[in-house]
Write a protein of this length. Structure first.
Lengths: 360, 360
């Protein structure tokens, strides 16, 4: 089977074994005479996949019992709305760390639903880092501090989770399941699955169960964390294919050593690329503060920006796909999620070194 | 390939050719070296599938240009919230026809978001029919009349769309693309795809574009029809697998004669089953008013309800799956959506006649 080196920022490269299994099992699930995606979501066979997926998420992320795990459609974007709808009681405020485009979007929805403000914003210096805890401005009456643990567009990672008095809410779309989560400091953690966990079509949301009671009765059914909690994410027809594929990725992740292994691998693989950037005698540069360099989205520029188009076209000719930076920032971005094979990373650093030699 | 007769009320049986194509194309899309579900949603290949899907929906449903077609995650359930969030301006009210469980759920969310009331409810007579237009109570200041054109649990169909002065909003999850829609009478039509169009994971929503301007600025991004309209349902990562599979079902539907053919087929196939019910000398009965019998969800009982468990177990032994009625109403239900082969319907009526002969 032909495979290119796919550095897409999301949707992500999936383990090839997952794709092959899905293809094989798709027309007839377990000799049942139907596809899993044609089954009732109340059927025993689907139910087993569904609950196993929730169990694998709990096991791999070491989620304590006082957190509910929910599979909700709409990606992280719908969570931008659901978090304040569920958590902001009358008169409470929400603080947001704006470290890039995603933090900005989360804050915008927070402000539509309730009273939300930026505890810090990196907009003025063009988003190059995350703030230290002492730089945050937390106003009285703040219900939660929202962080984006990794900004995929800027390639910026929050190196250490904060220890503020206010509980955190974390959008961890691009790094959950590849770094441990200090659950005691969070009220909600969420992320779209299409980066580290599976194909697009839902978010995994972890909600502290003690919050469920205080959710306002006026929150509509699908938008309430209580609905999804009370019915194990089966209140309405769930996105069964996405859950099934995610289940397979989680099995693969577990067999590959779990979150600890994924974390180590993300550190090692990203270091390889950053080393290539740093050791090319100024040919490449990283626009991100060294302490905040992402382990999953490596953004880089050429000193000679005029050469960037050549870099992209030569890369494509060599089977490297999706290395172009986000249209809002330009340059290059290599997204190295869990499912990307090591060979793709090795091939990339070889290509980068070779390109620098030839054009430097 | 083994195939059972799957009468599931949703998720639905898919054309076997669609399943086979998906399985074949899943690991490597068009020799690109990656799966379609691993591609960027901005990639040319995915974009083509996405926009072709929107085009096929417009063509098959004969959607006029002044309607926006949107692919939104969360199923019909999220639409129960989005409709009032987008349409109910200050001080306006919303009327709901409550012909069964789904109408009831839609009204509940309407009442959470704004001022909503039942224009009619069939709860008192146990949900056996839809009301005639003259039975509706429409109060002054009503912004829209919400209908559920087919109640899947009760097996009740609205035979004729209303001609009230108030524009309609229609949940048509279980019969769109199998009956024509008089667009001039609707402001919004929506439906989860998992009954007639594809695997679970999104709703198709048709929104009159003239409404988009008046949507309140306070509606969060994912929950605003303006967001999905402005970015052709690509504002965030869409549910790519569900869209891809729906694309294939729409191609199959077009090749099979389009909505006119699907409508005729639904009438003929449901008539076959109702005839079997009516002509069994009282062995079977339909609890639904004759004029409102569903063309897609055929609910029936045995005169001797004690025999129903035997019916279900004999049916299962003969490869008929998902004939059990919804747990809230009991009895039997045969859901006959577009993707179910004619052979399954023929086999069912044969089985029913035979069962009546043997046990009658």
């Amino acid at each position: 089977m032909k495979r290119v080196h796919n550095f897409c920022a999301g949707p992500c490269t999936l383990p090839v074994s997952v794709l092959e299994e899905l293809a094989e099992e798709l027309p007839d699930f377990g000799n049942s005479g139907m596809s899993l995606i044609e089954m009732s979501h109340r059927a025993e066979a689907y139910d087993a996949v569904h609950h196993e997926t929730l169990g694998l998420l709990r096991e791999l992320s070491e989620v304590p019992d006082d957190f509910s795990i929910q599979l909700i459609q709409g990606g992280a974007t719908l969570q931008f709305a659901m978090v304040p709808m569920n958590l902001l009681d009358d008169g409470r405020r929400a603080a947001y760390v704006v470290g890039g485009s995603w933090g900005k979007k989360a804050l915008a929805d927070g402000g539509k639903v309730g009273d939300a403000y930026a505890a810090w914003s990196g907009a003025d210096d063009g988003f190059t880092r995350m703030p230290a805890e002492e730089e945050l401005t937390l106003e009285p009456g703040t219900r939660y501090l929202h962080i984006t643990s990794n900004e995929t567009i800027g390639g910026i990672r929050l190196p250490e989770f904060y220890r503020t008095d206010v509980p955190m809410v974390g959008d961890m779309s691009s790094d959950y399941l590849s770094r441990p989560i200090p659950w005691d400091r969070f009220d909600v953690v969420y992320g779209g699955v299409q980066k580290n966990l599976g194909p697009a079509g839902m978010a995994v949301v972890f909600v502290r169960t003690s919050l469920l009671e205080s959710i306002a009765e006026t929150v509509p059914a699908y938008l309430s964390y209580r609905t999804h909690h009370d019915q194990d994410s089966l209140a309405n027809t769930p996105p069964m294919f996405t859950i099934w594929a995610t289940n397979k990725v989680l099995h693969w992740m577990k067999a590959s050593g779990g979150v600890a292994a994924m974390q180590k691998r993300a550190e090692q693989r990203s270091s390889k690329v950053y080393r290539t950037i740093d050791e090319a005698d100024g040919f490449y540069r990283s626009p991100v503060d060294a302490a905040c360099r992402s382990h999953t989205n490596i953004v880089f520029r050429l000193a000679d920006e005029g050469l960037e188009a050549t870099f992209i076209s030569e890369a494509e000719a060599n089977q490297f796909e999706n290395l172009k930076g986000h249209r809002s920032v330009g340059g290059m971005r290599a997204s190295i999620y869990n499912g990307l094979p090591d060979e793709s990373v090795d091939a990339l650093v070889d290509f980068m070194s070779d390109f620098a030699r030839r054009h430097g």
